[in-house]
Design a protein around this ligand. Structure first.
Ligand code: ADP
Length: 485
């Protein structure tokens, strides 16, 4: 299958009013090569033993081993604080002691949350949500006491004592037995030499398998406790959703404001130019420029209007992408015909308008990728047009297609233009970013093309990057997932 439509280079570079959704559709491609099936038992043994090389197993074990001493510390501090606070309230300083106990409980809860995240790898939501309002310490205390998370985390700290006893005993016994067995085997081998070889089977092999089994058991316990910790130590689901929605609204608001500022800025120059030209054509007949100059001004006006139409298309495209309505329909596509069509369409333009040669190296046939043929043609058209625009007369733009490593297909668009400085290179995929060279050359772009191209390629599961040697040229790299056909 090739590109089904010849990319119309006069059309706006990213196409028009169709509604696209950015979530990639299910990929219609054949299944990747599957490795030869391994015997079930070997596979099971491999999976059983894999626990021995997983760092997470040892982090879990560390959490369980240290659970008791930590839980005991929490328990003693909290109980001693609460009891002495209650007694001392008779002499008046009891409230302060209770307050200190509460602060300690909060500190322990924060520490526990970090520990659970780091050692058990559980994603625990924050204990409290940041509040933009500035309130007095007293109001803060009242809020803190009203928060369900405060009391849930306190219950968690107290419940950790029985769990800590169980967890530390269990992990100590299981790990102690298996590690002890292995040490015993090593010592016997060392002291008895060849006669100690039977110990390799017993207790050696048993201890080794025992260690794997122990780690499986401890992982299961750690997972269960991790889930419990996640529920007890984080803010409630509802509160989190409200906070997340507020955060998203703030980000959206900020980006909307930025967009309005950028768009207003971008509109100013073409509108001013159109206005000046049209005004000059509306002057009284005596002051009006001659026919040739009038025609030139009309042409400038027409070109500026086209640029504005392009800007609107780009903005619509971005708006759709932001609201997840930009759709790419991914399927297995053959890449060479698409590259060829884009080159065929743009080569005469490159020659006629900019005296630039557009070439391609042999396009390997039968190279299939996951993507959307029309979208890919449009992205490629944009990259090649950029390359043509930024290449001085007599320069060369070349397109290469190759099977990239690790199941990828790569398209490289290279030019012999001025290149892009390292400082600009890190920004060119940002919206509205234009390097100074482009402003000087007045290429007419608004700095949106590359950001849209990258969004489209990412929606195809691919990527877009650039390398450049200032003074020598730039190369833009499209990478797509390879599809079997
Ligand atoms: P524009 O529409 O302004 O070209 P793009 O998003 O396509 O916007 O490109 C962003 C910036 O990247 C350009 O303004 C230019 O500075 C730089 N750029 C893009 N392609 C090239 C190229 N082939 N050679 C040099 N600079 C380039």
């Amino acid at each position: 299958m090739g590109a089904r439509r010849n990319p119309d280079v006069r059309r706006h570079r990213f196409g028009t009013a169709l509604v696209y959704r950015l979530q990639p559709e299910p990929v219609e491609t054949t299944a990747p090569d599957t490795p030869a099936p391994t015997p079930v038992s070997a596979d099971k043994i491999k999976r059983f033993l894999h626990v021995l090389v997983e760092p997470r197993s040892y982090l879990n074990a560390l959490y369980l081993l240290t659970a008791f001493p930590l839980a005991l510390t929490y328990f003693l501090v909290l109980i001693v604080g609460a009891i002495s606070g209650a007694f001392l309230s008779i002499v008046g300083i009891g409230l302060l002691v209770l307050l200190a106990t509460l602060v300690a409980a909060w500190g322990f809860a924060l520490f526990e949350r970090e520990l659970v995240i780091a050692l058990l790898g559980v994603n625990v939501p924050p204990l409290s949500l940041p509040d933009p309002e500035l309130v007095s310490p007293w109001r803060m205390l009242v809020r803190h006491l009203r928060q369900p998370a405060t009391w849930r985390s306190l219950v968690y700290l107290l419940l950790k004592l029985p769990f800590g006893i169980f967890a530390s005993l269990l992990s100590g016994a299981l790990l102690g037995a298996s590690v002890g067995g292995m040490i015993f085997t090593l010592v016997r081998l060392n002291t008895d030499g060849a006669s100690g070889i039977p110990t390799l089977v017993f207790p050696g092999l048993f201890a080794f398998a025992g260690l794997a089994l122990s780690l499986h058991v401890l992982n299961a316990v750690a997972r269960a406790w991790g889930r419990f910790a996640g529920d007890m130590l984080g803010v409630g689901e509802e509160q989190r959703q409200v906070w997340e929605a507020r955060r998203k609204a703030e980000v959206a608001d900020r980006s909307r404001r930025e967009l309005i500022m950028n768009v207003s800025h971008e509109l100013r120059t073409p509108i001013a130019s159109i206005q000046a030209h049209v005004d000059s054509l509306l002057l009284p007949e005596a002051d009006r420029p001659d026919a040739a100059e009038s025609e030139r001004r009309l042409r400038v006006t027409a070109a500026e209007t086209r640029r504005l139409a392009d800007l609107i298309e780009d903005l619509l495209m971005l708006a759709r992408a932001d609201s997840d309505e930009l759709k790419v329909s991914n399927r297995a596509i053959e890449v060479a015909p698409i590259v060829e069509q884009v080159i065929l369409a743009l080569a005469p333009l490159a020659r006629a308008e900019r005296h630039v040669t557009l070439t391609h190296e042999d396009l390997p046939p039968d190279l299939w990728a996951v993507g959307d043929a029309d979208r890919l043609a449009q992205v490629l058209t944009n990259l090649v047009r950029n390359a043509i625009n930024y290449t001085p007369e007599g320069g060369v733009v070349s397109v290469r297609l190759s099977a990239g490593g690790a199941g990828h297909v790569q398209i490289a668009v290279s030019d012999t233009g001025p290149g892009i400085s390292a400082d600009d290179l890190v920004h060119i995929f940002e919206r509205f970013y234009r390097a100074d060279t482009s402003r000087a050359r007045d290429t007419g772009g608004f700095g949106l093309g590359l950001s849209i191209a990258r969004e489209l390629l990412e929606a195809m599961g691919g990527s877009l990057s650039a390398t450049s040697q200032p003074g020598l040229g730039s190369t833009f790299w499209i990478s797509l997932r390879r599809a079997d056909h």
